[in-house]
Design a protein around this ligand. Structure first.
Ligand SMILES: [Zn+2]
Ligand SMILES: [Zn+2]
Length: 137
């Protein structure tokens, strides 16, 4: 649910830097970027503001077991693909097929409003790296 949020200068800078990143950065990545504009900001402050912004629905937090949280400037529904080798995260646009929603709706009695799918694989860089290694280069 959207809450009214006071847009502080810190939050504006954090949002701005997040929008410049297309790769779903971690809080640490963003901290490095924000620090160049707000040298006195702490990692804890960046972290807290990211939590507040995601609770307000302005950004999206991506949580995957065993990985650092990633932040997404785009809060609209979309799916993600994760590289299992280099931790890269990309957006993926693909519709969830109907039966995937219809079956659990019938069996659980829930009215299902959405479904998020995480894809895992190897990004193009990692595929290239691995095939070069196999060739002994
Ligand atoms: Zn990769
Ligand atoms: Zn995304």
């Amino acid at each position: 649910m959207l809450k009214l949020l006071r847009m502080t200068h810190q939050r504006e800078v954090i949002l701005h830097e997040l929008r410049l990143c297309s790769h779903h950065p971690t809080a640490d990545d963003l901290y490095d970027r924000v620090k160049t504009r707000l040298p006195r900001i702490s990692l804890a402050t960046v972290y807290r503001n990211l939590e507040i912004l995601s609770q307000a629905g302005l950004i999206k937090k991506l949580t995957i077991d065993g990985r650092q949280k990633r932040f997404d400037w785009d809060p609209t529904p979309h799916n993600h693909i994760f590289c299992m080798n280099c931790q890269r995260v990309d957006d993926i646009t693909c519709e969830v097929p109907e039966p995937l929603v219809a079956v659990p709706e019938q069996t659980t009695g829930y009215c299902i409003l959405g479904c998020r799918i995480n894809f895992f694989g190897l990004c193009m860089h990692c595929q290239e790296y691995i095939s070069n290694k196999e060739k002994g280069e």
